[in-house]
Write a protein that binds this ligand. Sequence first.
Ligand code: A2P
Length: 340
Amino acid sequence: MGFKIAVAGATGNVGREMLNILAERDFPADEVIALASSRSLNTEVSFGDKTLKVKNLENYDFAGTDICLMSAGGAVSLKYSPAIGKQGCVVIDNSSAWRYDSEVPLIVPEVNPEAIAGYKKKNIIANPNCSTAQLVVALKPLHDFAKIKRVVVSTYQSVSGAGKDGMDELFNQTRAVFVADPIESKKFTKRIAFNVIPHIDSFMEDGYTKEEWKVLAETKKILDPAIRVTCTAVRVPVFIGHAESVNIEFEREITAEEARNILRDAPGCQVIDKHENGGYITPYECAGEDATFISRIREDATVENGLNMWVVSDNLRKGAALNAIQIAELMVNRGLLKSR
Ligand code: A2P
């Protein structure tokens, strides 16, 4: 017997992708429910070759639902997730609302599946930030081999990370440039078309942004609290796919060739690293793919035991929807979920 799954935020970028991936991977679901706000009541969303009518999250009764894949923003998750969890339905939440709560596991199945055991305290499991997910998938096998001391990461993040409004803004601004219309910026703080913006999420007291802080706090929670991480997060005019330039310092020596071979065999990783024109991956090519792609692996001669690499993944999939569904699969495979 299969499970009853609700997708909350089903009309959004990540929610739609969750429905696609549930269908693609043949998740053992008997019933899938699409939920969003009252604004979207009865609109239709695709689920495989079916369409689902959207119900209102506000008055949906979770008794009898096994998993809620939640991607409706932090405020909505803070409001609804505790009560959903108390009804016995496990929430796998894509927002940052629960990630730093010591009673909520933060999981990337290729990296720290064992942490799933802690989910029972609140019946909530957190999905990491999109930039963290792809980063830790690539770092974990290298950390196991040569122990990472420090990571310096610069991100190149697509507009889909800012939701469907972010994608619309890039499209509308690009069109406006070509037809010489005035450019309107609402979702982003400056024009994003033909530009890059070194600012994602709000500013913190120390001058870093919340997005930059998330990458270091989450890497520590998922991979190893001893690793030092610093980050610069940048929004770029790309629709789907985040890229990261990653500089790593290890405790022990590791050559570029060793790193390439380790990553070739690592779960969730795909190495595309030829020293020729086009012998690397770009965000455009990773859209719709599940893997975390690693290119441009080089030794960094300016530090002891240093490597540079380029890491790219579909932020809506491994960075959000796919990881959430892999967490649900992990629960099923470990027998943690009993159909109700
Ligand atoms: P709706 O379309 O009804 O506003 P994105 O991050 O791509 O912008 O998507 C956000 C998702 O979260 C949408 O599905 C949106 O639904 C949903 N959402 C936003 N606010 C609420 C709310 N108060 N209750 C339920 N769903 C919400």
